[in-house]
Design a protein around this ligand. Structure first.
Ligand code: SF4
Length: 345
């Protein structure tokens, strides 16, 4: 079974009925659904949360005025092609723009895809030269696209080049590959992820507990057994994971797969993705409920990327309720179950 890449292929699988509006939606972004993800789709459920992430929808043709082509402002912070330098101590490096799947809500949906710009050898060298010339850069985050789509040999060479820069202490990769295409996590790939000097962390993007099928858990196990620390990144998505039960199952599943939940991303203002967005108030409500159900190990931080390239901030909920009127030195603190308590200080 091959990755499905066209509307016609999706129609043959009974996942869509092609019409002109769906064709228009599909043209706004590449299609890719791996055999692993296809196998998880429940065809009897018209609201299947796996299908919803990858199958084009006519809702993508509806673009709201506040939605942006570059919602997190990558372009505004890019001094050299392939580099985004938002904070003094870290950069994003985007060597490749292809992915194993194409997520319809993607924050870089207008950049990723087979026609997207991968860095040429000269451009990659210029990006590495930029990192070498900036001693304040402590961490390099390989993203894209999906950096694990590089052949293991090329990925190993890139990681070795970064490892050779003394001030780069941490190399972090963000990937969907172990979740959606676990057979790509071969021994050769795992070996490429072991630089001799720098610490390497791997963030995996996973939005639903069903994505952690046995083959995916095995791939994560191969990475964890090799000593690679794993972080979970989840996008909060209407109709996919916007209930406390779904998020709870996902966070528990990640921890048992040896992945530490790291971020729960508020969905970005991406063009044509209003059908995936929930309010921040709803996100805070879900986080409050998770706090009462899950240990700290299973808690992600709920974050929002400030449009315009201003970076990520945690968006709550807060647990401090202000000062008591009769005692200006005592704070009110809300516990995980919503009860208020006095805290001296
Ligand atoms: S794998 Fe990541 S970069 Fe690629 S389409 Fe999905 S969200 Fe976007």
């Amino acid at each position: 079974m091959q990755t499905l890449r066209t509307l016609e292929a999706l129609e043959r699988e009974g996942l869509v009925a092609i019409d002109p509006r769906l064709t228009e939606a599909a043209q706004s972004m590449a299609i890719a659904i791996t055999p692993e993800m296809l196998g998880l789709i429940d065809r009897s459920d018209p609201n299947d949360p796996i299908a919803r992430q990858f199958v084009p929808s006519v809702a993508e043709t509806e673009v709201a005025p506040e939605e942006l082509a570059d919602p997190i402002g990558d372009e505004a912070r890019s001094p050299v092609k392939g580099i985004v330098h938002r904070y003094p101590d870290r950069v994003l490096l985007k060597p490749i723009h292809v992915c194993p799947v194409y997520c319809r809500f993607c924050f870089r949906r207008e950049k990723v895809g087979p026609g997207g710009e991968a860095l040429s050898a000269a451009e990659l060298e210029a990006a590495i030269t930029y990192i070498r010339a900036h001693p304040a850069i402590w961490e390099v985050i390989l993203t894209g696209g999906d950096p694990l789509m590089l052949a293991p040999r090329r990925l190993g060479e890139l990681i070795a080049a970064l490892d050779a820069i003394e001030h780069v202490a941490v190399i972090r990769l963000h990937s969907r590959v172990p979740i959606v295409d676990p057979d790509r996590v071969t021994g050769e790939l795992v070996s490429a992820l072991k630089p001799p000097r720098a610490a390497l962390w791997l963030g995996v993007h996973c939005n639903h507990a069903r994505e952690l099928a046995p083959s995916t858990r095995a791939a994560l196990g191969r990475l964890a057994d090799a000593g690679i620390p794993l972080l979970g990144q989840t996008v909060l998505l209407a109709g996919v994971n916007d209930t406390v039960e779904t998020l709870e199952q996902l966070m528990r599943a990640l921890v048992t797969a040896r992945v530490k939940p790291y971020y729960l991303h508020h969905p970005d203002l991406v063009r044509g993705t209003g059908h995936f967005r929930v309010s921040i108030a709803r996100g805070q409500e879900l986080m409050r409920a998770l706090r009462s159900r899950l240990s700290g190990l299973a808690q992600p931080t709920y974050v929002l990327d400030v449009p315009g390239g201003h970076g990520k901030v945690p968006v709550g909920p807060g647990y401090l309720g202000g000062y008591l009127g009769d005692d200006p030195d005592a704070l009110l603190v809300r516990d995980a179950f919503g009860e208020m308590h006095r805290y001296p200080g």
